[in-house]
Design a protein around this ligand. Structure first.
Ligand code: ANZ
Ligand code: ZN
Length: 815
């Protein structure tokens, strides 16, 4: 048995873990052990697991297994995000039902997870495409609807004229449909939205709780929410009764507004354009409809626009300023119209220079005239040419002008957010049906709770092909129902929900997966929530991670959960790449996880993933060596196999040198795992293995208790990254029970004490103190230590003239 045969180890231990349900969390509410909830972002069943899964789940498992070793009651669940478009496309192509493809892939992935040795509690497994899961999506939707947080409105949405469907912003790549490459247009459609904007401020404020999130992620969310402070200002428009409102962050520059811009696609532009300018305007508007927001806002894009033939009146000085339509102003942001201050806003300046509009400096910044340089001056300065504001700073000007505007009823201070409401309806089949019935008399009527779930009708193949409305619209029998209120003829809503709805609360369902009284058992959620550690990709920064925070807050307001943030700590893993590039079919640089496992074994692949670098960094598979990982594991297992002392032997009398190495390693690995420097923790385990090897070969020998101590510590620590090898080693050490619960070793402080050296501290050549210091002390540390010595102060007057440090033995102070 000295050969290292990973496949044999896997077969043996996988079976035992399954028989013994090794990683099952305790549901017992009376279980008083401390609880920990470790969550990995659940997978989409697109095929078998890939290298990216291999990495993220290996990382999550280090955390879960560490907590198990610490003796916590650990919840580490798994499920599938199993609604979504790829299944539907596969079904159309193969004349099948999306469920066939979906559930076959789930089975494949589940088997691969089992083989990969992840410490999941399989009893909590869920699939979002199961009716007993999506039933609760519907239930929650109705609760949101009742609170005014789910509503329908008309608005411009991304539309693919080829696939005949609405697309999410993420599905528009450089202005084209991600699926077919057609130019995406914006189209006016009535859709369902969640009112996430009601929570904008709380989503910002509660970031205070997210001390365990990477700063980069917080910044992305902060920017996405995009809070700004400024003013709403009313402008009269010649020939229009009602004034028009604009939002500005710089009301202090109001005297520098030299023109006015309305979003080309805003209703206001269409309303006020003169007959003479209408043809040019309509041609321009058609052009703008083809652009995505991202393209419209790109600062390097050549400015375009048309004059609408009308003028607005600047409320502070009565000046007439021309009104233009342009694409760089968005119709659904602020009020869809702006006052343009070209001297101090770059986009306005680019526009002014293109169309020969005046530039008027109202903030003296000390920089050259923007009208000449083409560089706007948005910075701080003194206000000029601004009547009552002259001489004020930017901040003072803002305060003053808001006061003036408010007293005259021409404006107010205002806060604005870039965040938009969440468009959740999709014209697709493979998702949760929206549980609303449209009645000609009663309007939008929720399906009564006791009639949930509204299950999908049986449809397959061609019937699912996109045709501009949801495929569900053609399921006549399913669509036509009685109105729950008046019993008259009515129709079901035929849209389905964005799959991000499914993933916004799945982590709560894991706490009580079979619960039938509601989406989750509040009692269980109180025990387990919030999640102690979440692991997943940064690509979800402003999608899933924002939506889940929003859902949690709504559930909190409904009294269903007692916390306001779902994920206390967040780790965003890097990507697995190959040869400096993302793996892709076209580059032919893909690496198959299953093949790597066949060749090197699960533990070697997992260890390679963890050892490659900090978890946040990308792993270049061309730079790592699973073969070397395998050799290390073989060496580690050999050490554990060769120990000849009995289990339970006292370690006290063991070899002192090796014992020190073991306890230093335990101490360091503990800190490294807590600090999520898993790669360095592995390096320490490798060093401990070498030390034990040396002790066996050329030291006290395999029978020395210190060798057992080292080997047992190694087995437990290694169980975090290489569970199969660790189990086998533990068994060969004569220990019973799974190594997963052996208990994390504790370093003995007595064995951590380093040898010290005596450092002499002299003042003016005379010895005044002696310090016991580490032989590794740095010069800076030693200088500080010496100067802090109370014994030298009587010999100094103030700051010494010179301090000569010769670490670790001498400090000489010249007073
Ligand atoms: C005048 C001004 C002068 C502005 C100046 C800026 C600098 P935030 O909220 O930080 O993104 N704006 C307002 N509504 C807009 C819309 N619908 N589409 C495009 N731009 C819009 O920035 C708000 C600023 O963005 C506003 O302040 C407005 O330009 C512009 F020296 O008003 B500002
Ligand atoms: Zn009705």
């Amino acid at each position: 048995m000295s050969e290292y045969d990973p496949q044999a180890l896997q077969a043996k231990w996988q079976q035992r873990w399954e028989e013994q349900d090794t990683y099952r969390a305790s549901e017992d509410l009376a279980d008083t052990r401390e609880r920990r909830y470790m969550l990995d972002m659940f997978p989409y069943p697109s095929g078998d697991l890939h290298m990216g899964h291999g990495e993220v789940f290996a990382i999550g498992d280090v955390v879960a297994r560490y907590w198990m070793q610490k003796g916590y009651n650990v919840l580490h669940p798994i499920g599938w995000d199993s609604f979504g478009l790829p299944a539907e496309n596969a079904a159309i192509k193969r004349n099948a039902h999306p469920a066939e493809w979906t559930y076959a892939n789930i089975e494949t992935q589940a088997n691969s997870f089992r083989r990969y040795g992840i410490s999941f509690d399989w009893s909590r497994r869920l699939h979002t495409s199961d009716p007993d899961y999506y039933r609760w999506n519907q239930w929650l939707f109705i609760r949101f609807f009742e609170r005014g947080l789910a509503y329908r409105k008309g608005g411009l949405v991304n539309w693919c004229p080829n696939d005949q469907t609405v697309l999410a912003n993420e599905q528009v790549v450089a202005g084209r449909c991600e699926r077919c490459g057609a130019d995406v247009i914006r189209r006016e459609l009535t859709q369902w939205y969640f009112k996430i904007t009601d929570y904008a401020q709380r989503l910002l404020d509660d970031m205070e709780q997210l001390t365990g999130w990477p700063e980069r992620l917080l910044t992305m969310q902060r920017n996405w929410i995009g809070r700004s402070e400024g003013a709403d200002v009313l402008f009269e428009i010649e020939g229009r009764d009602e004034p028009v409102q604009v939002y500005t962050t710089r009301p202090d520059t109001l005297f520098g507004a030299t023109f006015f811009v309305v979003a080309a696609d805003a209703a206001l532009a269409d309303e006020i354009v003169t007959d003479e300018q209408r043809p040019a305007f309509e041609a321009y508007r058609a052009e703008v409809a083809r652009l995505s927001d991202i393209e419209r806002l790109a600062t390097d894009k050549e400015k375009t626009g048309v004059f609408l033939g009308r003028h607005a009146i600047n409320p502070v000085n009565g000046e007439r300023i021309p009104i233009w339509a342009a694409d760089y102003v968005l119709s659904d942001y602020g009020h869809g119209a702006i006052m343009a201050v070209p001297a101090h806003d770059q986009r306005d300046l680019d526009f002014a220079r293109k169309f020969d509009l005046p530039v008027k400096v109202v903030v003296h910044t000390g920089l050259a005239d923007p009208g000449e340089t083409g560089e706007a001056t948005p910075g701080e300065g003194t206000l000029v040419n601004s009547g009552p504001l002259d001489g004020l700073t930017k901040a003072e000007g803002i305060r003053k002008i808001i006061e003036v505007l408010e007293s005259e009823g021409r404006g107010t201070g205002a806060v604005n957010y870039r965040l938009r409401d969440w468009l959740l309806s999709r014209q697709r089949f493979w998702g949760t049906p929206i549980p609303i019935i449209h009645c000609p008399d009663c309007g939008e009527v929720p399906v009564p709770d006791e009639q949930l779930p509204v299950t999908l009708p049986d449809m397959r193949g061609e019937a699912l092909a996109p045709k501009g409305v949801s495929p569900l619209a053609s399921a006549t029998e399913w669509v036509n129902v009685e109105c729950p209120k008046c019993s008259g003829p009515a129709k079901r809503d035929t849209d389905t929900m964005d799959t991000f709805v499914d993933s916004s609360w799945y982590f709560l369902r894991y706490c009580s997966p079979g619960y039938t009284e509601g989406p989750f058992d509040p009692e269980q959620v109180r025990k387990w929530g919030p999640i102690d550690q979440y692991v997943g990709g940064i690509e979800h920064a402003v999608l899933h991670l924002l939506y889940s925070r929003f859902f949690t807050k709504v559930l909190h307001d409904m009294g269903m959960v007692d916390f306001t943030e779902p994920f206390l700590r967040m780790l965003n893993q890097g990507q697995v790449i190959n040869g400096g590039k993302a793996m892709s079919k076209s580059l032919g640089n893909g690496v198959d996880l299953g093949q790597q496992i066949d060749e090197f074994g699960v533990d070697a692949v997992r260890l390679t993933m963890i050892f490659a670098g900090p978890p946040e960094d990308d792993i270049d598979w061309a730079d790592v060596s699973p073969a070397a990982s395998q050799k290390f594991l073989a060496r580690a297992l050999r050490v554990m196999s060769e120990v000849t002392s009995e289990p339970g032997v006292a370690f006290d009398g063991g070899d002192a040198e090796l014992r020190k190495v073991t306890h230093h390693t335990i101490d360091e690995v503990t800190k490294l795992v807590e600090g999520q420097r898993f790669n360095v923790a592995v390096a320490r385990m490798m060093e401990l293995t070498s030390a034990a090897r040396k002790a066996i070969d050329s030291g006290p020998g395999a029978a020395d208790p210190a060798v057992r101590e080292a080997a047992e510590a190694l087995a437990v620590m290694l169980s975090l990254v290489a569970p199969y090898t660790a189990e086998e080693g533990w068994e060969r050490l004569g220990r019973t029970g799974s190594v997963a619960f052996a208990g994390w070793p504790v370093a003995d402080p007595a064995l951590l004490v380093q040898e010290s050296v005596t450092c002499v501290v002299q003042v003016a050549g005379k010895v005044r103190d002696r310090l016991e210091v580490s032989p590794d002390i740095t010069e800076a540390e030693l200088r500080e230590l010496a100067l802090a010595s109370g014994k030298i102060t009587p010999y100094l007057q103030g700051v010494p003239r010179k301090v000569i440090v010769r670490a670790p033995k001498l400090v000489n102070i010249v007073p």
